[in-house]
Ligand binder design. Structure first.
Ligand SMILES: [Zn+2]
Ligand SMILES: [Zn+2]
Length: 129
């Protein structure tokens, strides 16, 4: 596997995640996940495959879900997927996901405070904080 963004050479499996939006399935590195979440990347420039997504509900809001998978699989709607990638979940959303996926890498470390407050959200400018 390698990041599906053209010109990107990241192929370290530890960093890559599969995203399946129900239309197509693709692999992205963390940097390109953020560009995807911020709609900064032209999705036509991402190498993609046929979707293998079955019908699921978002784990947070029960809307139709996309899949995000690295070591673990999460089912999230596009809005909550974007918030996850941007480290920008609110405490309620964080708590729900943390209960389901206690070791998930986008929920651990110093991205959130103990109460689930986002400490390093990523905004459109690409800045954190
Ligand atoms: Zn990439
Ligand atoms: Zn949702």
């Amino acid at each position: 596997m390698k990041c599906g963004a053209s010109d990107c050479q990241v192929h370290s499996t530890a960093k890559l995640a599969i995203i399946d939006d129900g239309t197509k399935r693709f692999v992205l590195c963390p940097e390109h996940q953020i560009e995807y979440a911020l709609a900064l990347i032209d999705e036509r420039r991402i190498t993609s495959f046929a979707s293998q997504l079955e019908e699921h509900e978002c784990e947070i809001c029960c809307s139709p879900a996309n899949i995000y998978a690295d070591d673990v699989e999460l089912y999230l709607c596009r809005r909550h997927l974007n918030k996850l990638i941007r480290h920008h979940l609110n405490p309620t959303e964080y708590t729900i996901l943390r209960q389901n996926h206690s070791e998930f890498q986008l929920l651990v470390g110093d991205l959130y405070s103990t109460g689930g407050y986002a400490l390093q959200p990523i905004y459109e400018s690409g800045q954190t904080g």
